[in-house]
Design a binder for this molecule. Sequence first.
Ligand code: PEP
Ligand code: CO
Length: 459
Amino acid sequence: MKNWKTNSWRKYPVKHIPEYQDKKELDQVLNKIKTFPPLVFAEETRHLKKQLSEVSDGKAFLLQGGDCAESFAEFNPDNIRDYFKVILQMSLVLTYSASLPVIKLGRIAGQFAKPRSAPTEKQGDNELPSYLGDNVNGIEFSEKARRHDPKRLFKAYSQSAATLNLLRAFSHGGFADLKKVHLWNLGYIKKSPQAKKFKELEDKIADALAFMDACGINSEFNRRLKTVNFWTSHEALHLPFEESMTRTDSTTGEYHATSAHFVWIGDRTRQLDGGHVEYCRGIENPIGIKCGPTSKPDEIAKICNLINPKNEKGKITLISRFGHDNVGKFLPKLIRGIKKEGVNVIWSCDPMHGNTIQSTTGYKTRRFNNVLKEVKDVFAVHQSEGSYAGGLHIEMTGQNVTECTGGAKNIQDQDLSSRYHTHCDPRLNADQALELSFLISDEIKKNSSYSKNAIQAAS
Ligand code: PEP
Ligand code: CO
């Protein structure tokens, strides 16, 4: 790769990188992190890329989800378990409806750093640096908490390692066994309409497993029935940290980000001549690019070519996030611009980030119906453009939070204060996330390209 180094991004203009007062301390921390074990292994990343190439061919579906921002305060095993349960449930619903494998990619085990609209926050007469994520500073509105503290990177690394460790155990240690599907339900959603629908699915799966068992195929002999692949991702925003976690793969000599399997470039940092694009062009990992209303199709195509000069399938995922009123205005142009250049991409839909509003009670929220409308419109546009809607990117949690309004329980603006725990953007709770997956499965059933792909995937 021409003129690329793990630190070459430093020669380019970069946005949203925290300014640390104590640069010496930051360097000490980063030098220490360079000696820490990688969080993921290059071969795993290659495996994910191979699976993503199947999405690119329309033979699999990508489900990416998790917190907007992970926090030190919400770090506990029950939260990780509940999150994992919802991801398994959603994947099952989608796999069943599309008859396609679902690739499970968490926004977890490293999703800390946040770009913010303003560098400072004002409360009354007091003005302090904005909260930039728990790996940079604290959310409390005090001078001490808002200081950019390099040592927080150690804590974020260790939380990511412990989170990933538990997720790996769940994925391969028996928790994900299809025989245990009834254990994935969360207590608090047992009474919801989704729980009823999920129970119907459980029963169908139990019947299918009983039949397969009678044919001699069961999870004791077939690993694929009792384990899942679960991958991690986050926004590659904090480039000093990413640089210190970028390693050479000893088997191939290639560079890999080892902080996660997949990283993405945010809508605010995807400048063609910016440091974030420069960093991402040198690593082998699959890369996501967020595309919003200000994205120019030809610029996005240029970024794809720069990051993926060999036009490898599975390397680039374009994550559209236009907002529920804007899909028809922007997405067809983007699809056509990308097609014209012959660039291979996965099309994923983020129905969250273009739909953030202020509730009448003063909370940052999202209306479930708007989220749903964006997904539906994205499916319809891909259907008419002849492209494949291959993924969903959402902010969600396994906890019973009240952060997004609407959904089957019809959360109102007045309810938001009851369990509003997010450190950044409002997340779908487990109920809403599951509801969304049922609604998407209806879209998938309507969409002719899925039935065609499912037949091909099976053959
Ligand atoms: C995010 O995914 O957390 C985010 C900030 O999104 P976007 O870059 O699309 O605004
Ligand atoms: Co967000």
